[in-house]
Design a protein around this ligand. Structure first.
Ligand code: UDP
Ligand code: MG
Length: 309
């Protein structure tokens, strides 16, 4: 019997891409000696994505769908697919064909060589807008410098995970998981393949600057408490500096020197006001995370699926 490969695809408003990606996957697997299943996760799409997915699933026995009760986001959609996948290996990729399905052959080959995680690294792409490139490189720099986990530039959610890894991952009930970081954190034998991303086949990107920023902050605060330490150090350094200022102020007072530093005083107040807000914000983020985790809500809610378990 040949091994089963599960392909997990989160989709949000991807009506024009679904059929294309299914076709591409089918023609690739025709050349390989594996059984495969496709799990399409509809993340509360507002267009015809769901009905297209359902039609495809009805026509073939190896296509499954998961319908969310609303839009939960890319990471929860991916997690839902991984939770349901039954393959000996699971490959996740985006619905928009930016992750070339043709790389699957190479990923499977590495998997057969014994690697349990085969992830991909997107190379700098001239087709991407400058803004997108800048924000994504900033994203990885920020992530790596502020957290304890080294996340390489360009690693998106296009990867192969062995069943062993999936089994471990299924037990993670972390609120709002940051899968990119978690996979790195899990360890196992990992292998990276570089690729040049394609352009989106149809539709538009769901990530704007605001969402990227949110994802970056989320990545950092999910993986380390380093920012809390830097807040403490920064506070410590700044208050030591201000203590150094005290003898000067006392001296000025005794010799009756005019205090004419009004402008610098206001600047200091503003500076420290801002600093305190930043640090409070950092602390607030962590408390917010504890609050969310404390409620222990599921990461996603399935409205319907044709996966029988
Ligand atoms: N996606 C999703 N839920 C969302 C946003 C995006 O399931 O709320 C899916 C989307 O359909 C695509 C993948 O996540 O398959 C990546 O999204 P996108 O292509 O918009 O991101 P980008 O490639 O621009 O980073
Ligand atoms: Mg995309």
């Amino acid at each position: 019997m040949s091994k089963l490969i599960s392909v997990v695809i989160p989709a949000y408003n991807e009506e024009e891409n679904i059929i294309v990606i299914i076709d591409r996957l089918e023609s690739i697997f025709k050349t390989l000696h594996y059984d495969f299943e496709i799990i399409l996760v509809d993340d509360g799409s507002k267009d015809r994505t769901l009905s297209i997915i359902k039609t495809a699933a009805a026509a073939r026995s190896n296509i499954f769908y998961i319908e969310f009760s609303r839009n939960f986001g890319h990471q929860p959609a991916l997690k839902a697919g991984l939770d349901q996948a039954t393959g000996d290996a699971v490959i996740s990729l985006d619905a928009d064909l930016q992750h070339p399905p043709e790389m699957i052959a190479e990923m499977l080959q590495k998997w057969e060589e014994g690697y349990e995680v085969v992830y991909t690294r997107r190379q700098e792409d001239k087709n991407l807008s400058l803004k997108k490139r800048k924000t994504s490189s900033m994203f990885y720099k920020l992530l790596s410098s502020l957290s304890d986990i080294e996340i390489e530039a360009g690693t998106a959610d296009f990867r192969l995970l062995d069943k062993k890894v999936i089994d471990v991952f299924r037990d993670f009930h972390e609120n709002d998981p940051f899968i990119r970081g978690l996979v790195k954190w899990l360890g196992f034998k990992q292998y990276a393949i570089d690729y040049i991303p394609g352009t989106r086949y149809a539709g538009s990107s769901k990530y704007n600057l605001k969402r990227m920023m949110k994802l970056a902050l989320h990545g950092v605060t999910s993986f380390s408490i380093k920012p809390l330490y830097s807040a403490v150090y920064l506070g410590f350094i700044l208050s030591s500096l201000s203590i150094l200022y005290v003898p000067y102020v006392l001296h000025a007072f005794y010799v009756g020197e005019e205090v004419d530093g009004w402008a610098s005083m206001i600047m200091t107040i503003v500076f420290f006001g801002g600093l305190q807000l930043i640090i409070l914000g950092i602390i607030g983020l962590y408390i917010g995370k504890m609050f969310m985790q404390g409620k222990n809500r599921p990461n996603y809610i399935i409205r319907s699926t044709n996966i029988l378990k």
